[in-house]
Design a protein. Structure first.
Ligand code: GLN
Length: 204
């Protein structure tokens, strides 16, 4: 079976997700309306502006299709994508999907000028931490999270990568740094980091 990962193309930085997926040999396609969900095996919700993304999800009636798709398929959200996937955020204009039981604060890492590369630690299996340098751009902070949330990435002791069932949310932009581990987690069944192989107790 050919795996096709959809990238939500409503607004924001979707282009580099297509490039990254291509680099790792995975077909990707644009998701713009409900019919685009019929042949995809995973979905990326890119970074951008969560207020605008939220408006466009509403305008194109994509909330229910995304929620239905997420029941049995992996969804990866980066930055604004994570905000959209959260349960609660500090801006009334952003209508969230509630895929991740987290409460986030928009722009909590500072303004555009404060955007920078930071070291993060990924700990999926306890014995194997991975250190990565990646990019934060007006990134959200995760202020609270529920008991079914696995923290798989930290920055200075704060959660920046969270996994719950089929949903993975990142505060940063791995696609800007050619970091492919998170995209691979969606479909690479041979990887120990494959979504469905990760048990609650394995995550740090
Ligand atoms: N600050 C943006 C928002 O709140 C997110 C920025 C990003 O996706 N890089 O929507």
């Amino acid at each position: 079976m050919v795996i096709i990962i959809g990238v939500l193309e409503l607004q924001g930085g979707y282009g580099l997700h297509h490039s990254l997926l291509k680099k790792i040999g995975i077909c990707s396609k644009a998701v713009k309306d409900e019919s685009d969900f019929s042949d995809i095996n995973g979905l990326v919700i890119p970074g951008g502006e969560s207020t605008t993304l939220s408006l466009l999800i509403e305008k194109y009636k994509l909330k229910d299709p995304i929620l239905e798709f997420a029941e049995s398929n992996p969804v990866l959200g980066t930055c604004a994508g994570l905000i959209i996937m959260s349960k609660k955020n500090n801006d009334d204009r952003v209508n969230v999907l509630g895929l991740l039981d987290i409460e986030v604060k928009r722009n909590a890492f500072g303004r555009q000028i404060m955007s920078k590369k930071e070291k993060i630690t990924i700990s999926i299996k306890k014995e194997k931490n991975i250190e990565l340098i990646t990019t934060f751009i007006r990134a959200p902070k995760i202020k609270n999270y529920g008991s079914d949330i696995n923290i798989i990435g930290n920055h200075n002791g704060e959660p920046v990568a969270v996994l719950s069932r089929n949903s993975l949310g990142l505060c940063f932009h791995p696609e800007l740094d050619d970091i492919d581990i998170f995209h691979k987690m969606m479909f690479d069944k041979t990887s120990q980091y494959y979504f469905k192989k990760i048990k609650q107790k394995d995550a740090a």
